[in-house]
Write a protein that binds this ligand. Structure first.
Ligand code: MGD
Ligand code: MGD
Ligand code: MO
Length: 708
């Protein structure tokens, strides 16, 4: 029996692909991109194209286990994580696992209160059900601490919303009509590959592609123009561009007049951001700033693909804010192929309250539980005392790899009095510190409702195969745990179908006509932008007629609310403390980009041999000038360090980074030579807006490592 099952890739990527899984005799034998999906267009990224190797990997966690050895790292750099990881555990049944978790939770609640329990989850799956439904109900009902999920995008979200009031942007399909495209901190080839064919189509029709990124990504290498900007200086560049645009009267006075507020204040503000001044901060010549601004404002239509790289910086909120103003002053929102995309996620507005039941927290605790920012896990585990965190429940995340200030995180995870449960598909860096590990399904093994943050389709993902071993989905796990804890509320018995219906039951007019039954038949459905039940293929131009989600419907070039945060209500450039522009750079003069790998997804996929073969790990990319002044040659072992940590890497002098900048990749710590990952160097410092992580504001020094 052969069947083809329609599913949607739930990984943390803007593309949210439609996939077809061929199943023979209960086993998945083939995966391909859905040729009918207007954004997937029949192809998959290198990672998901090889997904059968992930699902059927011999390293999967297949049954619950309990720790029988001291906590700590279990694998060597040779990459064999599973056999040694399993040595530290013994197999137990699901019933035993659930019973011991609930008895520990009851005991901790009795001794310290329920807020001593902390859930920890992020982007393992972005599926609405397995990402944020039954799990949230469970932890609200328990009265656990709340987690501020700010490790990725909150600075950019706050920046964009401070201007538009909502996260909407240009549809990927419209980029084919652009004549000028700026990929701003957007590694399209690596992180958003399904946008690339639209850009290629635009270029065949004469469009120019400009990349603003300190690092020479594959995208930058094939662009028409690469501007390697100094990290953390994008606010200055955007304000400088607006200075040029306003000075040359290249702005759209009619659009500005009708659809924005604060242009007068903006005009006054940008006066000080002359190309000469901006050049000193950004490292981009005054002539290039002038040229970029003039071309952007006069070649029509012009689109900006802004991505989250720009906001992993101390001033990341302000950066997103300043860049978001550009299409508002040029009026580029009016044109098909114009505008800007950071994220499309604001369009869905599913019924989150019905999925998550936040009122359960009030019922059990009588007040909102305290909030712990996931970026500050190290601090939470080592310093918080009111009450201390005594239990950590990790799912959809690998904090021992992805969290900043890794050494501090590991110190916390090693605490013998911390009870740690990890629900996972693999024995990751984090399971090395778990008391109990529970086996999780992949998206082949459970049904799901899928949104996106890089397009406007909603998808229903079907289950293709039975769960492997004793794997359970997040939904099933938290449903079972709620029963074991004796939670009686009806919502803990909801089925997947119930929850999909609840999610779709929302007043959002863009969901008009979209039902579970139709999604089942049609696989993917574009959100309904006409407001009636009839889907239309017309381009969606979110702000062509204004319609910003602000109190007066106008884009806020001046936003008084920013004053409460101590920020400039228009925008202004404040150099990051960890940058070449600060005092700290006397001791640690190099700016580190602790980047993602093109062939991994954050730390996911980094344990799979077929993807490891595509990525060189354990290297520090350096500019020839910085290498030479330190007596370092290509291939030398080097020590990279700052006040938080150090690691040994191999120097790679490859022309990808400008002087003053070094770069390295995120990877599992236990699979990195030296057993440490790049987050030993990153900091828990939060961004200016949104309290987000600052992975790209990091100073380090590098020295040759003498052979031992
Ligand atoms: N293959 C792959 N795809 C992914 C991911 C992955 O790990 N691998 N991760 C997924 C996730 S979680 C996310 S959030 C998205 C993120 O997608 P992106 O936002 O594209 O994420 P980053 O790779 O963090 O940053 C993009 C680029 O910003 C550059 N950059 C760093 N600092 C600055 C700066 O100060 N100014 C400017 N102009 N550029 C800067 C970096 O060098 C990088 O090339 O991608 C998703 N897709
Ligand atoms: N140095 C540095 N650090 C970074 C970044 C960076 O650019 N540089 N990027 C940051 C960003 S943007 C992000 S979004 C975060 C990402 O942080 P995380 O969301 O923690 O990302 P992953 O490393 O992908 O880990 C997700 C884990 O979830 C598991 N998983 C997948 N599906 C399921 C499921 O259905 N159920 C359960 N229970 N588990 C599942 C996977 O096996 C994987 O181990 O990392 C951040 N950390
Ligand atoms: Mo992310």
């Amino acid at each position: 029996m052969t069947k083809v099952v329609y599913a949607a890739c739930p990984h943390d990527c803007p593309d949210a692909c439609g996939v077809l899984i061929t199943v023979e005799g209960g086993k998945a034998v083939k995966i391909q991109g859905d040729p009918v999906h207007p954004v997937t267009r029949g192809f998959l990224c290198a990672k998901v194209a090889k997904y059968l190797d992930r699902v059927y990997s011999p390293d999967r966690v297949l049954f619950p286990v309990r720790r029988i050895a001291p906590k700590g790292q279990t694998a060597s750099a040779t990459g064999q994580s599973r056999p040694r990881a399993l040595d530290s555990f013994e197999r137990i049944s699901w019933d035993e696992a659930l019973a011991s978790i609930s008895s520990r939770f009851r005991q901790i609640t009795a001794e310290h209160g329920s807020e001593a329990i902390l859930p920890y989850s992020y982007g393992g799956t972005l599926g609405k059900l397995n990402g944020s439904s039954m799990d949230r109900r469970f932890f609200y009902r328990l009265g656990a601490s709340q987690l501020a999920r700010n490790i990725c995008s909150e600075a950019g979200s706050a920046g964009i919303k401070s201007v538009y009031g909502i996260k909407l942007g240009t549809e990927p399909e419209q980029f084919r009509h652009s004549k000028y495209i700026i990929a701003w901190a957007a590694n399209i080839h690596g992180n958003n590959i399904h946008l690339w064919p639209f850009i290629e189509e635009a270029r065949r029709n004469g469009a120019k592609l400009v990349v603003v990124d300190p690092y020479r990504t594959r995208t930058a290498a094939c662009a028409d123009w690469h501007l390697p900007i100094n990290p953390g200086t994008d606010v200055a560049l955007a304000l400088g561009m607006m200075q040029v645009i306003i000075r040359h009267q290249l702005y759209d006075a009619d659009y500005v007049d009708r659809h924005t507020t604060g242009f007068r204040e903006l005009r006054a503000k940008v006066e000080e951001y002359t190309p000469e001044t901006v050049s000193r901060w950004t490292g981009i010549s005054p002539a290039d700033i002038e040229k970029l601004a003039r071309e952007y404002a006069s070649v029509r239509p012009a689109a900006i693909r802004l991505n989250y790289g720009v906001q992993r910086s101390e001033n990341g909120g302000m950066a997103a804010r300043a860049i978001a103003m550009l299409p508002c002053i040029t009026g580029s929102w009016k044109e098909v192929g114009g505008g800007l995309q950071l994220s499309t996620s604001g369009a869905y507005e599913l019924n989150e309250a019905a999925l998550e039941h936040p009122e359960l927290m009030q019922a059990s605790l009588g007040r909102p539980a305290r909030v712990i920012n996931m970026v500050e896990l190290g601090k939470a585990l080592n310093e918080v005392d009111d009450p201390p965190v005594r239990a950590l429940f990790v799912y959809n995340s690998n904090p021992a790899a992805v969290c900043p200030n890794h050494n501090q995180v590991v110190r916390g995870l090693l605490r013998p009095d911390l009870f740690t449960v990890v629900h996972e598909q693999f024995f990751t860096d984090t399971t090395d510190y778990a008391d109990i590990v529970l086996p999780a399904t992949t998206f082949f093994e459970h049904p799901e409702l899928q949104t996106a943050y890089g397009h406007y389709f909603l998808q229903l993902s079907n289950q293709a195969i039975d769960p492997l071993g004793e794997c359970r989905s997040n939904v099933e796990l938290f449903r079972a745990l709620a029963q074991t804890m004796g939670f009686k509320e009806e919502c803990f018995r909801d089925s997947v179908e119930d929850m999909i219906d609840q999610a779709l039951d929302s007043p959002n007019p863009r969901l008009t006509g979209i039902t579970r039954q139709r999604l089942q038949r049609e696989r993917h459905m574009r959100l309904n932008f006409t407001g009636n039940g009839n889907a239309s293929a017309k381009p969606f131009l979110p702000f062509a007629q204004g319609n910003f989600r602000t109190p007066d419907g106008r884009a806020r070039l001046y936003n008084g609310e920013l004053k409460a945060l101590g920020l400039d209500p228009v925008a202004s450039f404040i150099p990051p403390q960890e940058s070449r522009h600060s005092q700290q750079c006397k001791s640690f003069p190099l700016e580190l980009l602790a980047r993602k790998a093109d062939n991994f997804l954050n730390s996911t996929f980094s344990n799979l041999p077929n993807l490891q073969a595509l990525e060189q790990v354990g290297v520090l990319e350096m500019n020839a000038i910085d290498a030479k002044t330190r007596g370092i040659h290509n291939g030398d072992r080097v020590r990279v360090f700052n006040s938080r940590g150090e690691m040994e890497l191999e120097a790679k002098v490859d022309g990808r980074v400008p002087p003053g900048v070094v770069a390295a990749k995120l990877n599992w710590a236990k699979l990195t030579p030296g057993n440490r990952n790049i987050n030993v160097l990153t900091s828990e410092k939060l961004s200016d807006m949104g309290n987000s992580a600052t992975f790209y504001s990091v100073l380090v020094e590098v020295e040759p490592q003498l052979p031992r």
